[in-house]
Unconditional design. Structure first.
Ligand code: SRM
Ligand code: SRM
Ligand code: SRM
Ligand code: SRM
Ligand code: SF4
Ligand code: SF4
Ligand code: SF4
Ligand code: SF4
Ligand code: SF4
Ligand code: SF4
Ligand code: SF4
Ligand code: SF4
Lengths: 357, 421, 421, 357
């Protein structure tokens, strides 16, 4: 470019201490214990005797500047002008004075925010971009989450679950949303439809071929033009070819479905971290409110709430009661698709007589 | 003893030291003390060849083809590669003979077998090989037929060798064990004797083994060593004799009871109550046997007994060890129809595998290759959540038949409910 | 609000119902209430396109190339495929901006960011995306540079997008959590800021993520979602405040304590003594955090703190989900040398992977392909039994270097002993 | 054949009831409980009140007819003329009269047999054919077992272990001996040496090629004759090619070694059945007494005995204490070879912070 450009300052990740609540700076590394005075509120006590009361509130994640400023106003009024955001995009206000907690909560609730999401509640659902921004989404994660949280708001506001429940959603099979106690994920059910006219211009064919996890794509010629073709018998409909090659359209208004997975757990608490497992598929991708997905999530939550013991995460609970009982308790069908056939699948088979009747 | 020159066996002699019974001393007895010269000679040359192996750290036997009239298998032929040096044991075949189910013997029948074997063989015998055969070790090619004819006349038959159904195994079970949930004896004989043709005439992709254990302790190692494992279990609540239980607690102490039993339960489904009584959450008991093993006087299997069937176990060769996995979570084995049903399951399995297994491919390796679901479809058994430890973990699967499959499940549920109701 | 025609949004309107905060209402506020016409227009067309997606169940964005001067990454470019219908949001790029470690903000800085964003962007922002960036969603190509220049001047920098080192994440940790065993803040910034060049100029095989959790609760999901996970832990005995513990027991009861804590310990290394005190077999404690989580007033991490490093976590794409696995069981992070050491480990890893990773291959996928041992050799870390759950189960391996390898182990043992002594 | 041959009677597996001790016939299926009056002895009590005392004795497995008849004599004298053999080739005598137990034991011991092997003892080592009979052995399992049991006889005769210990041996990598709490197995360390002159005559080449687990064998020509060759970089020295093709000599006086594996457990007790894991390799194959192998087994037994809790099998014990401690307690070296790289190896890595320091 002709005009002289500004060189970036490669400062990287900013120091957080400059924006940290003074009591947290002061007691950095000296916290002693915490408890849960009420849902949405944590009390941390430092070895110095200092206390910090944290109030956690959920927002719509995708904030407009009005909402952001509203959150700032509340922070200025009650919380010394400092906030932080959690990994689940909740906002946290820290106050040193217990008396400020209730007014702060009222202010938040009056402004439409939802206080909760601590301890053994259903946490805010982690989610991704969807139709609002991504180039490959099969659904709109923000919409699914909004519709679902409308129905799970009580579970967010209260701490009635045996242990915390971490729900995640993702808007394509890439799964930027990660995995969780319950995950609502896109599952394509038909191979991509190829727009052969575009492939040659848009896609680097060898790297698309290389991207397929099951080697189902091969170079081909259609109408004399180089393109790609898919062995539909092999294709597992994962959608991995679509980002590097948009003419391999995988999203389909009807055949792109949702699937529900349970038992993912990243913490090392009790057992080692575990992967989530498929429990329901073929769930309609039904905007604007996706009622079928929500209904299944609610059935799972209810069975868990009724049957699990304190501190059992969903995976711990199922470990104890076994999968046959899980399907019984939730009324979900067990099909041949539940039997894994991906790498290492044998380890998922029951090589024992350990059976609950 | 003949005056033929005895081979020096300095290394083997070392195996006569020590308190444990020595197989070398046994072979030497045959060499030195047996009235029959043939046997002395065989034993002498056998020791000679074995000493040679110890010195050179190599084996010197090779295979070949030997069988009895009408059969294709059941004998492990051995010809010496150093037969010139050790001529009298140059042919040293092993006959694999099926023992009575449960390995019960009268001393009479043992003596009768010893007599026959002495007549035709080396005088060395093993009760039993790892697959469960009586192994009559060391016969010349000619004598195998004579020996077989003689013992076959009084009720003994060869087992398997080669790509065929093999000799089965069953635990002592109901004959002497309170844990037994099945008639191991009958299961064992029903299954293997349904396949005598497949035992004697090797024509399958590879070997196929049945093993039967009366309870999940699996004293027959069936889950790891059998293509089809049948294991006794129960479906209702375990039986608790609270008085006997409390007696145990008061004898051993509460702490001991908690540490050795309560906290060892894999599903944590036992509670020791304050009055020392025991509460079991039977729906979550996985029949692991631990508590029953520790306190057999107080705890026993329930009344509603049956078996679990697992398939595909084997050791290392080709793809690494495989444990068998659950194919039939539970079935009753009481009526003759029940026994017909289990025979049919075995037949369907062997048929499907015979058609679809590759050469030298065990049933478990085939399942691994084609996937459990295809195998189940092949033997016409429906999927069941008891077959898995965990559902699918990978989203890499095409599931456009989901709705149809879901319907099947609901229909089966409705059927079994209406059958139960 | 301008008088330009508003798109009908009957489906999106449904998402304004219900008690949960609605992102649709937020976008509508920008359309209807924002003083700036540019923003009204963008919001209106964005809603229009989104409604169109809801109706047709398809997305309408495509990628492209947009960056700021001097950088190759950090922006997710979006051009509309239906830009003719919705022209004002036809360019709708997201800037990924690195947040302060720990996600701490003063309201002042948030307002400052809002002001800048309002000037150049759509007015929509997310704290934060799943990788941890502040996502400023919706800028035209021209404005990205302006916005970046402005916030870069007051201390904010872009994160990663493309095949590069990505924005890192660390938990609140030492700032407010008694479980913290590390200075997450410092680890986070030391690591990621060592690689600013690799963040801004994508030239690696694929993405590389750091995540830092202060303790094994792993609130940052680092084991599954980071190529390099750094997790605080401790090496000595946990601290037990017996008085606080007994207070808990007497408040909650012994049965409750046994059921919720003692029997939940994965290695069964806790005993509740008859006087309600607690005994911990610390050598067998695996730092699972469970008991510390339940009774934070009584139980705390020990004094000898440090971190465990795991590598290779990621989600599904290509070979299925991978958890990271232990590469450094324990290291201290106190002195500057310690921090240099961890930086070196990260550098060695990224260098080795940059050389040996295939295109689009994550570090964990490479480890899977070449085997852990080769990876360890590549980054010059010695094997250690803490890295495995179980030793080798298959005999299918050539082990003729056994003796040499054994010697290495004994030498290392001797070294570490003499170092300790 | 000219002479008319006798047709076999395909009777299959004989009925065991005809040879079963009368008390076991009578009480078949009605046993109530058992206990362990002393090592080598079991008492089973029937619901009918009947008792059967079982005395278990070890032999040399490969029995000469003299020994077999001696065992019969003892059976006639003390045990009503009935015996049975266990899966570990021990002989069991059943007596209904408690008073006969001690004299029976004396008679057995006087004849050189070893009474024991019940309950929490070290059981008789399961073993295989070895140089005495097999065509592919790398060692002599019977010899290894004799030498080892000489040193473990006290552990067999007493019940001092935390739980039963099942040891197995095998004489080639095919492992007919199965797996166990401790397994002593052959491990080849060099690829087969091929006698090219013989291959064409002796081996069916395609099926040998197919037998190799890592596809390291390919057809070749040497001196104009068809033969096979091995890619030594790929070869994992498993010996699988040797049975179908003896000219591919895998056994080597020096490079055929022993390896020791631990933690195999077939029972469903407590945990599901588990596979054994490698702990030591490169152990000299050292006839006639294999002292190095025995020494390692004894170290393992001692560590187990000292540290395990009652009822913990070796795998349960290691599950509790972790592998690092196992290597520490036994003094065995941990090497890169301990890290699995066969199918599904990833599941053997520690994907957690669960670490014992
Ligand atoms: C604020 C936050 C970290 C941050 O820097 O953002 C955080 C903070 C705390 N976590 Fe966490 N965790 C946070 C996300 C997580 C995550 C990740 C996630 O949500 O995606 C995990 C792992 C997810 C998983 O396991 O799959 C996580 C696993 C835990 C656990 C382990 C729970 C278990 O039993 O499995 C604890 C321990 C506990 O519950 O006592 C824990 C405990 C805590 C404590 C109680 C720690 C403390 O002593 O202060 C903190 C308060 C939690 C609360 O709100 O009740 N935190 N915690 C995150 C809040 C997210 C939110 O707004 O909902
Ligand atoms: C924005 C975000 C979702 C969100 O709404 O929060 C996101 C969005 C995208 N991710 Fe992601 N990923 C986001 C966090 C993640 C995470 C979670 C994490 O980092 O902890 C994962 C799983 C963890 C992991 O790294 O495996 C994730 C795994 C992927 C993958 C699969 C990578 C893999 O190796 O399996 C892709 C595909 C690719 O890179 O080729 C991907 C690709 C994408 C792309 C760039 C799609 C594309 O190729 O065009 C998406 C851009 C969306 C957009 O229009 O802005 N994204 N992505 C997250 C980043 C926000 C941020 O920077 O803070
Ligand atoms: C006689 C025999 C069955 C047979 O028909 O041959 C048998 C018989 C009994 N077994 Fe067994 N087991 C026999 C081999 C096995 C095997 C297989 C093996 O040895 O190769 C196993 C599985 C091996 C494994 O786990 O790897 C086996 C796993 C068990 C268990 C589970 C132990 C555990 O805690 O893991 C028990 C339960 C117990 O110990 O109370 C058991 C218990 C018993 C009891 C106590 C059952 C009873 O109530 O009568 C029997 C007496 C055992 C004793 O001698 O102390 N038996 N038992 C086998 C004796 C072999 C020997 O001479 O040493
Ligand atoms: C004799 C015996 C060992 C012993 O001394 O006890 C034995 C000996 C032989 N086995 Fe075995 N196996 C014996 C039980 C086993 C077992 C244990 C079992 O059956 O429970 C196994 C592991 C379980 C399994 O089936 O996987 C076993 C797995 C093998 C294998 C590997 C099979 C596989 O699929 O992995 C072979 C190789 C082959 O068949 O190609 C094999 C092959 C052989 C051959 C036939 C070697 C050969 O190809 O020439 C051996 C003949 C030795 C001989 O000269 O007599 N033997 N073999 C056992 C049979 C005695 C009997 O009939 O009672
Ligand atoms: S999950 Fe898929 S569609 Fe959603 S943001 Fe990630 S890459 Fe885009
Ligand atoms: S959808 Fe997945 S499996 Fe199908 S062709 Fe594309 S990359 Fe391959
Ligand atoms: S398997 Fe069960 S029934 Fe059979 S002998 Fe062993 S403990 Fe008894
Ligand atoms: S049999 Fe096993 S699972 Fe069942 S109660 Fe006893 S210990 Fe628990
Ligand atoms: S990871 Fe540990 S230190 Fe960090 S916030 Fe969570 S509980 Fe606290
Ligand atoms: S931290 Fe976990 S392993 Fe350690 S004592 Fe507590 S519950 Fe047990
Ligand atoms: S282990 Fe190998 S050498 Fe030993 S008997 Fe079996 S096949 Fe023969
Ligand atoms: S020894 Fe095993 S790996 Fe090597 S060539 Fe033979 S079959 Fe293949």
């Amino acid at each position: 470019m002709a005009k002289e450009m500004r060189k970036p300052i490669e400062s990287g990740c900013p120091d957080g201490f400059q924006y940290m609540h003074p009591s947290m700076v002061k007691n950095f590394g000296s916290w002693d214990w915490h408890d849960h005075p009420r849902p949405g509120v944590l009390r941390h006590v430092s070895k110095s005797g200092d206390e910090v009361w944290t109030v956690k509130a959920a927002t719509q994640r995708i904030l407009d500047v009005f909402t952001l400023r509203k959150l700032c106003d509340i922070g200025d009024q009650f919380a010394d002008g400092f906030v932080r955001f959690t990994i689940r995009s909740n906002i946290e206000y820290m106050v040193s004075d217990a008396l400020k907690v209730d007014p702060l909560i009222s202010a938040l609730e009056d402004s439409g925010f939802v206080v909760g999401g601590t301890a053994n509640s259903v946490a805010m659902i982690a989610h991704t971009q969807g139709w609002l921004h991504c180039d490959i989404p099969g659904t709109d994660a923000s919409g699914v989450v909004k519709a679902m949280m409308d129905e799970l708001i009580d579970e967010f506001k209260n701490c009635d679950m045996p242990n915390r429940v971490h729900i995640t959603t993702s808007c394509c099979q890439i799964n930027c949303g990660g995995q969780g106690d319950i995950a609502i994920n896109v599952q394509h059910t038909k191979p991509p439809k190829i727009n052969h006219d575009l492939v040659a211009n848009v896609c680097e064919r060898p790297s698309v071929v290389a991207r397929c996890p099951v080697a189902a794509i091969r170079p081909a010629q259609v109408n004399g033009k180089p393109t790609l073709e898919v062995d539909e018998k092999k294709c597992i409909c994962c959608g991995a070819c679509y980002p590097p090659c948009p003419p391999m359209q995988i999203n389909d208004p009807e055949h792109t479905k949702l699937a529900i997975w349970v038992g993912g757990n990243h913490s090392n608490a009790r057992s080692k971290p575990s992967f989530q497992k498929l429990v329901a598929s073929g769930v309609p991708n039904n905007p604007p409110r996706w009622p079928e997905a929500t209904a299944i999530v609610k059935r799972i939550l209810q069975a868990y709430k009724e049957d699990a013991r304190d501190w059992e995460r969903i995976n711990d609970w199922i470990d104890r009661i076994g999968w046959p009982r899980f399907f019984e308790a939730t009324g979900l069908p067990f099909t041949k698709f539940h039997i894994d056939n991906w790498r290492g699948a044998r380890k998922s088979l029951n090589a024992s007589t350990h059976i609950r009747f | 003893m003949t005056d033929k020159k005895q081979h020096e066996t300095p290394m083997l002699d070392e195996l006569e030291n020590g308190p444990w019974p020595s197989f070398i001393s046994g072979i030497k007895r045959l060499r030195d003390e047996h009235p029959e010269e043939r046997i002395n000679g065989v034993a002498n040359d056998l020791l000679g060849q074995l000493e040679h192996s110890y010195e050179t750290r190599k084996g010197y036997w090779k295979g070949g083809t030997v069988s009895v009239y009408g059969y294709g298998g059941g004998i492990i032929p051995r010809f010496s590669e150093v037969g010139q040096q050790f001529p009298e044991s140059r042919e040293f075949h092993t006959l694999r003979v099926q023992p009575p189910a449960g390995n019960h013997y009268s001393t009479d029948i043992l003596r009768q077998l010893a007599d026959s074997w002495e007549k035709w063989g080396s005088g060395l015998v093993t009760f039993h090989g790892q697959t469960g055969n009586i192994m009559f070790i060391g016969s010349s090619t000619d004598n195998t037929q004579h020996f077989f004819d003689e013992i076959n006349d009084y009720g003994f038959d060869l087992g398997g060798a080669g790509p065929c159904v093999r000799t089965a195994m069953s635990c002592v079970g109901a004959a002497r064990c309170e844990q037994s949930c099945a008639n191991e004896h009958k299961i064992h004989r029903t299954l293997v004797n349904n396949f005598t043709d497949d035992v004697h005439r090797p024509a399958l992709p590879y070997k196929f083994k049945f093993k039967v254990s009366g309870c999940p302790n699996d004293c027959m190692n069936s889950i790891e060593r059998a293509d089809m494992a049948v294991i006794g279990t129960w479906r209702d609540d375990m039986k608790v004799d609270q008085e006997a239980w409390k007696a145990y607690v008061s004898e051993k102490g509460r702490q001991h009871t908690i540490d050795n039993i309560i906290t060892r339960c894999p599903t944590r489904c036992m509670s020791l109550k304050d009055d020392d009584s025991l509460e079991v959450d039977n729906r979550n008991c996985v029949r692991c046997m631990h508590c029953l093993n520790v306190v057999p006087k107080a705890l026993s299997p329930g009344e509603d007994k049956g078996v679990t069937i697992l398939m595909g176990g084997k050791r290392t060769l080709k793809i690494g060890d495989l444990m068998g996995t659950v194919i039939v979570p539970f079935m009753k084995l009481e009526s003759e129809e029940d026994y017909e049903k289990i025979t049919e399951i075995a037949e369907n399995t062997i048929d499907f595998w015979a058609e679809n297994g590759l050469e030298h491919e065990r049933c478990g390796e085939m399942i691994e290759r084609i996937g459990l679901v295809n195998f189940l479809e092949g033997i016409e058994i429906e999927v069941d959540p008891h077959m898995i430890s965990d559902p699918r973990q990978s989203s890499y699967v095409r599931m456009d038949g989901w709705d149809e499959e879901a319907v099947k499940w609901f229909e089966r549920q409705a059927e079994s409910q209406s059958a139960a109701g």
